[in-house]
Design a binder for this molecule. Structure first.
Ligand code: MRU
Length: 356
């Protein structure tokens, strides 16, 4: 999987400068935003300029690198406490995707392990760690694509929700990685992309990247999924996820739970795909996951035009939780994890630890 992605990468670090591909502008406009401080990075994550769980983690790591560059303190303790503040700021951007907290913890661990070295050296360690997190996410997503081939076959039709593709990760995607890998193998794959109300990540982003890669994609509104399944047009559902609890409950874009229920009703397998870094054993079950609530205006307006009567109430949770009983399997870089999830997720994490 090489050339399909030459241009689709949400975060680029070039000559020390950090750029995000502005995903609020796609597909109408390809606009790169230079991000030059932790504050700007936090703001970009909040506004979904950069979005998707793994990409948020990569962005946060670069946010730490940007914060590090401007720390004035020359002593380790002073440096570490400024970086703690930066981590807290970045952590406040969005609550649900565990990859954000995972990446921040990873950078902070590197800092702690560097105690005794000069602050100049520690700054270089932080820069290198951000780049490593990005590079590793690319490798991991490529491997998710390889592992996901176990569920792919020639002529398969997949339904996906939101965008868990190249735009949401270091590269390649999670839910879409098996689709891209299948295309590379010469298999014919058809994808139904739920448009994904209210911010249309499915129609704006998934359809954008799949059509650019020459993959047969059909956009449907979220409410059409049942009808499409009832016609026998969907062989499997594959979605991404923002956090997997220890018991296998999966948090993902609002509407994913409905897709899983519909899949169950139509006897269609339902897979979540994610890097191991999305599995959070510290969260026992889905009800413990903090679900981000966003501005109701995202529902009552679109492109600054009202879509509901002025002043009407709107409820806008960005994610929902799909109970593990509806999840056929979780596709990771360490293989597909099947129930019983409590045992098998923990084992996958042990298996997946690099070098173990
Ligand atoms: O609000 P978003 O666009 O960040 O939501 C993204 C999703 O729900 C994705 O499916 C998830 O983060 C997985 S991305 C590989």
């Amino acid at each position: 999987m090489t050339d399909l992605f030459e241009e689709i990468q949400p975060i680029v670090c070039r000559d020390g400068k950090v750029f995000f591909l502005d995903q609020t502008a796609l597909p109408m406009e390809t606009r790169w935003v230079e991000v030059s401080s932790a504050e700007a990075c936090q703001d970009a994550i909040k506004k979904l300029v950069v979005r998707g769980a793994p990409a948020i983690g990569v962005a946060a790591a670069f946010g730490m690198a940007l914060a590090s560059r401007v720390v004035q303190e020359a002593d380790f303790e002073g440096y570490q406490s400024r970086m703690r503040e930066a981590a807290e700021l970045l952590a406040s951007s969005r609550p649900t995707a565990v990859n954000l907290f995972w990446a921040l913890a990873r950078v902070e661990k590197k800092i702690a392990e560097s105690r005794g070295r000069s602050v100049t050296d520690v700054k270089a360690v932080v820069e290198a760690e951000a780049l490593a997190i990005q590079r590793e996410n690319e490798e991991v997503c490529r491997e998710i694509g390889v592992q996901g081939q176990a569920v792919m076959r020639d002529g398969i039709s997949i339904l996906t929700h939101c965008n868990a593709g190249a735009l949401a990760t270091g590269k390649y995607g999670t839910a879409l990685a098996p689709v891209y890998a299948a295309k590379e193998r010469g298999l014919r794959v058809r994808v139904f992309a739920d448009e994904t109300r209210p911010l249309l990540q499915g129609s704006r982003l998934t359809a954008y990247e799949l059509s650019r890669a020459g993959i047969d994609v059909t956009v449907i509104t979220d409410g059409m999924a049942a009808a499409v399944m009832s016609k026998g047009w969907v062989d499997a559902c594959i979605v991404g996820c923002d956090r997997v609890a220890a018991n296998g409950d999966v948090a993902n874009k609002i509407g994913t739970y409905s897709v899983a229920l519909l899949a169950k009703a139509h006897n269609i397998p339902f897979y979540a795909a994610c890097p191991l870094s999305t599995i959070d054993l510290a969260t026992a079950q889905g009800s413990d996951i903090v679900i981000e609530e966003r501005d109701p205006l995202e529902i009552t307006e679109y492109l600054d035009k009202p879509t509901a009567p002025q002043g009407v109430k709107a409820y806008n949770p960005a994610f929902d939780v799909t109970p593990s009983r509806l999840v056929t399997g979780i596709i990771t870089e360490a293989g597909i994890v099947y129930p019983p999830y409590t045992e098998n997720l923990a084992a996958a994490l042990v298996r997946g630890v690099r070098g173990a």
